[in-house]
Unconditional design. Structure first.
Length: 117
């Protein structure tokens, strides 16, 4: 599975961005998919995940109410809508896929999000 993330950029605090992650190579329609982020000098942290059907989502406390994860299985794509962005959201965002939650086997190359104050 290859995962290609896109949609990052430089925005101001309070702005919105939508990240996309397109899968190729094999279908991910039966996979849990998620987003993690890593700020410079810090460990990679969980942001959000979505079940294979899209019916169940989980969020880190730091993004609850501001970020929304969704997926379009017909397009083999997962999205992360990020609203009310804060400078502390600045990080490289990685999408991931795996057979069950917490067992992520495939990772994309990431897309950079920078939020200025």
């Amino acid at each position: 599975v290859q995962l290609q993330a896109s949609g990052g950029g430089l925005v101001q605090a309070g702005d919105s961005l939508r990240l996309s992650c397109a899968a190729s190579g094999r279908t991910v329609t039966n996979y849990v998919m998620g987003w993690f982020r890593q700020a410079p000098g810090k460990e990679r942290k969980f942001v959000a995940s979505i079940s294979a059907s899209g019916g169940s989502t989980v969020y880190a406390d730091s993004v609850k109410g501001r970020f929304t994860i969704s997926r379009d299985n017909a397009k083999e794509t997962v999205y992360l809508q990020m609203n009310s962005l804060k400078p502390e959201d600045t990080a490289r965002y990685y999408c991931t896929a795996g057979p069950i939650s917490g067992r992520y086997e495939h990772w994309g190359q990431g897309t950079q999000v920078t939020v200025s104050s």
